[in-house]
Design a protein around this ligand. Sequence first.
Ligand code: URA
Length: 291
Amino acid sequence: MNRSSFIQQAIGLGPQWQARSGWFEQHPAELDRQAMQLAQQQSSQPPTTDTVAIPAPAAVTNVHMPTPAMVTSETAAPSTLDAALAAAGVTDHLEQPLSSPQPLVELGWDQLEQAVANCQNCQLCHTRTQTVFGRGNPRARWMLIGEAPGEQEDKQGQPFVGKAGQLLANMLAAAGLDREHDVYIANVLKCRPPGNRNPAPEEILACSTYLQQQIRHVQPTLILALGRFAVQTLLQTEQSIGKLRGQLHQYQGIPLIATYHPAYLLRNLPDKAKAWQDMVLAKQHFSRLSS
Ligand code: URA
C-alpha cells in the first residue's frame, strides 16, 4: 500500500473500525464516540471528519496503557504520521527506521496486524523469529490477555501454544469456552523477550498501542487478564494478583477480571483452585453483562 492509499484508509475512505449494532450500541466505546460526536456538534467548530484516532473516554478509571492523542491527517506531526505509516508497512516515503515507539493513528484490523508484523519499535524486533499478533475470534465476547510469546509461540507465531497454552485451553474448555470461537487471545508484548525474561517497561510502552487497538476492535464484553504483566499494565497498578483477583475491575469501561498466569499455575499447583474461582467469577459477571 502506498502512502496516499494508507492515509485515505486511515481517514475513513477505506475499511475502518465501527462499533457493532445491537447490544454494542450500548458499549462504552460506542457511547464515548456518540458523546464526542454530540460535543462536536454543540461546539462552534465544524466536526473533524478526518479524525483517525478514537479519543480517550471522558470518564476513564484505571487506565494504564497510554491513550493515543487525537490525530488527524491535517494535524498529525510529520513524525507521528510517519511512525504510523511505517508501522503499517508503508515504507515508500521513509528511509530511516522508526524512532517513535508510538504510532498514534488508529488502524484497521488488517493494517494493525501488518503494523505488528513490521514493527521495529523496540529491541525485541532483533531477536524475535516472528511477531505473535493474536489468536481466536476477533469478534468474540471474551478477550484473554497474556504476557508475551514464549519459545514455542515465537516459533509458531501463535499465542499460548506451549504447556501454559494447553493448561489455558483445558481451563477454557472446562468453563465451556472454545478457544478458537469464544475467545480472542492476545499478549501485552507481540515479540518474545529473549530467554523468556520479564518484559521491560520500555517494551511494554512500545507495544502498548497495539494491544490498546486490538481491544478497541474486539470490544469484548469481558477481559480476563492473565498474570502480573497483563493485569498491572491494563490496570496501571503495581498491586499483586493476590490483591487484585476476586473483584471486577475496568479497563476503559470494559469489565476486567484478574487471574494468575497459566505458566505460574504450572509451577504453583495449589493456586489452580484460585484460578478456577476467578474463572467462575468471570463467567458469573459475563452472564450478568450479557443478559
Ligand atoms: N505466555 C504468555 O503470556 N503468552 C503466550 O502467548 C505464551 C505464554
